[in-house]
Design a protein around this ligand. Structure first.
Ligand code: FAD
Ligand code: NAP
Length: 318
């Protein structure tokens, strides 16, 4: 068991920014990276809206740069997955498989993961024509007809990206308007390779592991009509779920499972435990807002530790 002033859980833009600020404040943070070092941007291509990169930057390149910067200031980053925490007793405990760490403060930045429609046939064909990551799997769909489900920025981005490989891309959306930002919608609607089927849901994914996806059973929600739509791939881009399973009984969560913070801060209901990035944000969910709240979390952890010192509650047990 080793004790730390700050443990940061997660290594997306929020965790890495928290790591940078905490390391520069000489707090020697332990950064437990989880299964996806770099976070969600590792699954995307061009990031055009992160300030400082006028020509845009590839998601994985941006995250590698953030990682290098954090390491330069001495953060201890480890490829470990946190499986449990104890925020009831002090010092806090963070369990990463067979190791238990203690900490005076903890920053949670575990982000969010892709959602699936929840069809048995969809899950059965995951990796066999069904995917939630165009960057990872788009290459396998060269000259194919493929479908994308969703109406947010991710669906727009995935659809546009897939046109680099696919013969055609059809977006299937359950409403008759997209919720994606205007600029992303325009790109999709202007792209001659992309068609949209509105007011429609996927009821079944057809095919086998041997054939891959061969088609979709669709239902028009306005007319009730059920049709078969031939396609060789399905990309599910319907949003994300906050990664908060391990924090369920330890910090307060909202109805959707996001960590509740005091508005305008990164304070959870447990003093000394802070939450930043997508794990506490269902409104903005951007790399820059994740990084911004990561900065806030590290600065607040520093103030919290200073206050402990002032009260002569040393953050390192003797
Ligand atoms: P995440 O990036 O989700 O990182 C979470 C981290 O927590 C990961 O490192 C993971 O390994 C770790 N973790 C999870 N569970 C555990 C555990 N139990 N133990 C230890 N570690 C754990 N935003 C933009 O601003 N511009 C874009 O162009 C853009 N494009 C996007 C494209 C796609 C396809 C997607 C999905 C999102 C995109 N976003 C974009 C949104 C952006 O990626 C997120 O807002 C941002 O990554 C959130 O950062 P985060 O650090 O909060 O969490
Ligand atoms: P999102 O904004 O939550 O959109 C999810 C979409 O999927 C919605 O259109 C939703 O439909 C649909 N949907 C949800 N559940 C469904 C189901 N079971 N069946 C069918 N459709 C379903 O999620 P997102 O697109 O992943 O974006 C998340 C965040 O990341 C956003 O803040 C976004 O701005 C950001 N992001 C930014 C960029 C960029 O700026 N370049 C790129 C990607 C993501 P309804 O509309 O009917 O609810």
């Amino acid at each position: 068991m080793s004790h730390h002033k700050v443990i940061i859980i997660g290594s997306g833009p929020a965790g890495l920014t928290a790591g940078l600020y905490a390391a520069r404040a000489n707090l020697k943070p332990l950064l437990l990276e989880g299964l996806q070092p770099g976070g969600q941007l590792m699954t995307t291509t061009e990031v055009e809206n992160f300030p400082g990169f006028p020509e845009g930057i590839q998601g994985p390149d941006l995250m590698e740069k953030m990682r290098e910067q954090v390491k330069r200031f001495g953060a201890d980053a480890r490829f470990e997955v946190v499986t449990g925490v104890d925020f009831v007793n002090k010092p806090f405990k963070v369990v990463a498989e067979d190791k238990t760490y203690t900490a005076a403060s903890v920053i949670i930045s575990t982000g969010a993961t892709a959602k699936y429609i929840g069809l048995e046939s969809e899950l059965a064909l995951l990796g066999h024509g069904v995917s939630a990551c165009a960057t990872c799997d788009g290459f396998f769909f060269r000259d194919r007809d493929i479908a994308v489900v969703g109406g947010g920025d991710t669906a727009m981005e995935e659809a546009n990206f897939l046109t680099r490989f696919a013969k055609s891309v059809t977006i299937i959306h359950r409403k008759n308007t997209f919720r994606a930002s205007k600029i992303m919608q325009e790109r999709v609607l202007k792209n001659p390779k992309i068609k949209v089927i509105w007011d429609t849901v996927v009821e079944k994914v057809m095919g086998t592991k041997e054939t891959g996806v061969t088609g979709l059973q669709l239902k028009n929600l306005t007319t009730g009509e059920v049709t078969e739509f031939p396609t060789q791939g399905l990309f599910v881009a319907i949003g994300h779920k906050p990664n908060t399973e391990i924090f369920k009984d330890q910090v307060e969560l909202d109805a959707a499972g996001y960590i509740k913070v005091v508005p305008g801060t990164v304070d959870t209901n447990i003093p000394g435990v802070f939450a930043c990035g997508d794990v506490q944000d269902h409104r903005y969910r951007q790399a820059i807002t994740a990084a911004g709240t990561g900065c806030m979390a590290a600065m607040d952890a520093e103030k919290y530790l200073e206050a402990l010192d002032a009260k002569q509650e040393p953050c390192i047990p003797v």
